[in-house]
Design a protein around this ligand. Sequence first.
Ligand SMILES: Nc1nc(=O)c2c([nH]1)NC[C@@H]1CN(c3ccc(C(=O)N[C@@H](CCC(=O)O)C(=O)O)cc3)CN21
Ligand SMILES: CC(C)C(=O)C(=O)O
Ligand SMILES: [Mg+2]
Length: 274
Amino acid sequence: MSAQVQSKRISVPQIRARKGGEPIVCLTCYHAHTARLLDEHVDLMLVGDSLGMVIHGLETTLGVTMEMMILHGQAVMRGAKKALVVVDMPFGSYEESPQLAFKNAARILAETGCQAVKLEGGVAMAETVAYLTSRGIPVMGHIGLTPQRIQIFGGFKTQGRTEAEWPAIEADAKAIAEAGAFALTLEGMAEPLAAKITKEITIPTIGIGASPLCDGQILVMEDMLGLNPTPPKFVRQYAEMGADIEAAVKAYAADVRARTFPGKENVYPMKKAG
Ligand SMILES: Nc1nc(=O)c2c([nH]1)NC[C@@H]1CN(c3ccc(C(=O)N[C@@H](CCC(=O)O)C(=O)O)cc3)CN21
Ligand SMILES: CC(C)C(=O)C(=O)O
Ligand SMILES: [Mg+2]
């Protein structure tokens, strides 16, 4: 039985094998109910550390903890039966040493049941990616605009828009691919650089603000649903859920004030006596 359940879920090697093929569809996901809605339509769900900003109201991702990632990872795993689930390693949980990274990544896999972790960084993180993958933990890389380094960049700044920046970013991509990552997120980078990296490495690239020339795409779900009042330029909004929620709440408030809610259909009648 459990073998059957497992075989229904998209695997790490299946994603890896999609290099140059049908585009890999990814979205972030932080909750069980949205995981159920996304499951039939996406290949990969990322429990991103962006959840700190998107649902906990933090200004950056730096305050996100292991406990937050595990709690949301568990929620998503309860709703996702088919998609591959990747959980972001939070700031401070992996940079210090490959050993610390292994301890925390193993905890994420063991406590959530997700299939892989994602961590930010290039050449400097290659040794850690090799350490994890050679010990049974699949890793997705993430280079370009890496939000956990916002204090180094001085803001969420697009990368690789001058050719002088290219060699370092290409070296990052190659180092992470050669270290054994199964896919690589390219965030916030100029199109020709994303295209060049996608051609140069043998693992799929997943773009966010990195052009249609990547092997797959990812967006923050709340952004594409219209729940972010100030979305980055790379977002396309597929719904206006912010406006929908406000309209619904406004209608509810009016009904409560007019005593037209609850209605007859929402009220428990007395049981018949006898
Ligand atoms: N809701 C949300 N969506 C995201 O995509 C996201 C997060 N949060 N949090 C973590 C990171 C931060 N990200 C961001 C946030 C803002 C910009 C942004 O405003 N970019 C400017 C261009 C900046 C520049 O290059 O100077 C833009 O206008 O798009 C980009 C990426 C991407 N990630
Ligand atoms: C934007 C994606 C790639 C991410 O890392 C996140 O949501 O945390
Ligand atoms: Mg992230």
